[in-house]
Design a protein around this ligand. Structure first.
Ligand code: DSN
Length: 442
């Protein structure tokens, strides 16, 4: 990793308000433990590409086929990013312009389906994503969404999935998760998709880094299309890529054109060229052998963390039920941990007994901590801090009466924000974190 050459002197002088807020956020990112599994720390090189003058240019269209002039350099940048994506994922076609994961999933759905077609995805409460058919998302507003779920063992229930697919004849089946601690069996998904004639699309955003590291199987040999965000385990800037596989193109030679049209004019306008360049930089990084080591370490760390917390993980994340601590404890746990300098997110658990707003679990991940160089010893220490912090939420159950909940949480926050144990953990963590640098932050 390069030493930090990020210089904010002009911002400091001329936009002091934003400068100070950046510095405040730098302190939070450096002194705390970032454990939201979809977050990471990008390299200085990625930051530099992202902060470049490439943001000044409009480039609607694709390399060699732009609406505006002056795009020769942008074409080179985008072609380079596309080539790197094709090489890394071993696919024949790649689109690197999607602004982020949700627009990318809209683009994929528009390319594959007509409004009203059936789309199937894992339910939100089972660890799926909003854009795979959740209520209020475009995916259920403009399409007929059918959700499959996980069984009692928290693993995807393939019997249910198959029955639902046979009954509803989906045009598209999503295989992808946001809060699922197990490996995915793409071959089983393929078999079901083939049985009902569905297009199979992987949204591997969360686990892309693990796939590159060889820790998880690649969806490319099984799926028609693969979508990944670039800012999670892949450790690039915010953004996304859509990859068309050999299977997908063989079945539908028009697939690339359909995806491009759904992107522009379908869902987006001009690409974010600074983002494209930063994606290229992160793909260069992901092609290095050191990235394989990084990806493997993410999974090793998550397995240790899970074991210490009394559960299991085959991925980069731990989905921790808090039912032993009380009723609807996710919110309280998130806030108590934040007070202690540990950032996680409250999360529903399969069969959620309370509500998505006052859920019964938390989701924690290791990608960002692993980027800082933490390993087994540190995971054990962090698990002990987490367990100690969670003791402080006992007795603070979410009220059964819905109308009392908002005020209860307000009062809880006030009470816990001065908790001595949590504040003492926060000081210890700030000290401990000094040893693990964050790229771009002195
Ligand atoms: N918000 C992302 C996550 O945290 O999993 C998914 O889009």
């Amino acid at each position: 990793m390069a030493k930090n050459p990020i210089n904010y002197s002009a911002l400091k002088k001329n936009s002091p308000k934003i400068y100070k807020l950046i510095k405040k956020e730098e302190k939070r990112q450096k002194e705390g433990l970032e454990m939201i599994p979809s977050e990471n720390y990008v390299s200085v090189e990625v930051l530099q590409a992202l902060g470049s003058i490439l943001t000044n240019k409009y480039s609607e269209g694709f390399p060699g086929r732009r609406y505006y002039g002056g795009n020769d350099v942008i074409d080179e940048i985008e072609n380079y990013a596309i080539d790197l994506a094709k090489k890394l994922f071993k696919v024949p076609e790649a689109l690197v312009q999607p602004y982020s994961g949700s627009p990318a999933n809209l683009i994929v759905t528009m390319a594959v389906c007509k409004p009203g077609d059936v789309v199937m995805g894992l339910s939100l409460v089972s660890g799926g994503h909003l854009t795979h058919g959740a209520n209020l998302s475009f995916s259920s507003i403009f399409y007929k969404a059918v959700n499959y779920s996980v069984g009692k063992d928290w693993k995807i229930d393939f019997d249910e999935l198959e029955k639902l697919a046979v009954k509803n004849k989906p045009k598209l089946i999503w295989v992808g998760t946001t809060a699922y601690p197990f490996k995915l069996d793409y071959a089983k998904f393929r078999k079901i998709a083939d049985k009902v004639g569905a297009v199979l699309v992987a949204d591997c955003s969360h686990i892309t880094g693990l796939i590159i590291a060889g820790e998880h199987e690649s969806p490319v040999p099984y799926c028609d299309i693969v979508m990944t965000t670039t800012h999670k385990t892949l450790r690039g800037p915010r953004g996304a890529m859509i990859l068309a596989t050999d299977i997908g193109l063989k079945k539908d030679p028009e697939l690339k054109t359909k995806l491009e049209r759904a992107l522009i004019p379908g869902a987006q306008g001009g690409p974010h060229n600074h983002q494209t360049a930063a994606i290229a930089v992160s793909l260069e990084e992901a092609l290095k052998p050191s990235f394989r080591t990084y990806g493997k370490q993410i999974a090793k760390n998550a397995a240790v963390l899970a074991k210490e917390l009394g559960t299991v993980s085959e991925t980069h994340l731990v989905l921790l039920p808090l039912t032993d601590y009380g009723y609807g404890m996710g919110y309280q746990a998130q806030y108590a941990l934040e007070t202690a300098g540990i950032t996680v997110n409250k999360n529903t658990i399969p069969g959620e007994p309370v509500s998505p707003f006052y859920p019964s679990g938390i989701r924690l991940g290791t990608p960002a901590l692993t980027t800082r160089g933490m390993k087994k010893k540190e995971m054990i220490k962090i698990a002990s801090w987490i367990k100690s912090a969670l003791e402080e939420i006992r007795g603070h159950d979410t009220p059964k009466e819905k109308e009392l909940r908002a005020q209860y949480i307000k009062d809880f926050k006030k009470k816990i924000s001065g908790n001595k144990n949590l504040l003492s953990i926060k000081r210890e963590i700030a000290q401990f974190s000094q040893k693990f640098p964050v790229p771009g932050i002195d």
